[in-house]
Design a protein around this ligand. Structure first.
Ligand code: PGA
Length: 257
């Protein structure tokens, strides 16, 4: 059996008001307790502190959807890792909406990863190809490029604080999930690339799948050998759906790492 504890994280994106977010966080904590699964939520910045308070002494970790790499200063509208340090468990970097809507580069992702690690945050690094890239047969090339640049100069000792989320861009918010075999294929490639770079510790990095995960398809996706959980967008806003997805991450007997 794999020693990688499954992780399921809800990425709320730009959804919910502050009171709705606090209620949602409480409901998620009440509905998702399994000793064998790590659970997290990524609310908008405005909600983070209150949600963190609401989740104190629960099993649910709180994290940010983004950050900027500078410590402080004249960067209007940005949030620094120092502001999240000490009470936020995670931060997500490299989400495809950051890359494609806001123009973030692989180098930006790398700067953010280093900044977060310097401030003792856990980091979820998102990678994934567009539909055109998949159609052109370049999925692995694109994902390897994102990994190579994203992880540049990362110390192997910091790997234990990093998870990767493989999210095909064409599957995000579209209802078009990758098949379990397609998702497994790329997640295995991710693990292979990290192992080439970092040796054995690279194989222990958790690799999540994201992109239209639902209560209906989660069991099959999470049953794949190299998929260690999920990054959940739309379905993370509905407690019953999210709870069912978390429950699906209980490792099926015989799943091998
Ligand atoms: P989705 O989003 O589950 O709504 O497809 C996933 C994500 O963007 O992390």
């Amino acid at each position: 059996m794999t020693s990688r504890k499954p992780l399921v994280v809800g990425n709320w994106k730009m959804n919910t008001t502050v009171p709705e977010g606090v209620d949602l966080a409480r409901a998620v904590a009440a509905a998702t307790h399994f000793d064998s699964i790590e659970v997290g939520v990524l609310p908008p910045f405005t909600h983070l502190w209150l949600v963190a308070q609401a989740l104190t002494e629960t099993h649910v970790g709180v994290g940010a959807q983004n950050l900027y790499w500078e410590e402080k200063g004249a960067f209007t509208g940005e949030i620094s890792p120092a502001m999240l340090r000490g009470w936020c468990r995670f931060v997500l970097v490299g989400h495809s909406e950051r890359r494609h809507v806001f123009g973030e580069t692989d180098q930006d992702v790398n700067r953010k990863l280093h900044a977060a690690l310097r401030h003792q945050l856990r980091v979820i690094v998102a990678v994934g190809e567009t539909e055109a890239e998949r159609d052109a047969g370049t999925t692995v090339t694109v994902v390897n490029r994102q990994l190579d640049a994203g992880f540049a100069a990362v110390d192997v000792r910091d790997l234990a604080r990093i998870d990767v989320a493989y999210e095909p861009v064409w599957a995000i918010g579209t209802g078009k999930t990758a098949t379990p075999a397609e998702a497994q294929d790329v997640c295995a490639q991710v693990r292979c690339r990290l192992t080439e770079h970092f040796g054995t510790p690279g194989a222990d990095v958790r690799v999540l799948y994201g992109g239209s995960v639902t209560a209906a398809n989660a069991v099959q996706l999470f049953g794949q050998a190299d998929i260690d959980g999920g990054l959940i967008g739309g379905a993370s806003l509905k407690v019953a759906d999210f709870a069912a997805i978390v429950a699906a991450a209980k490792q099926p007997a015989g799943r091998m790492g």
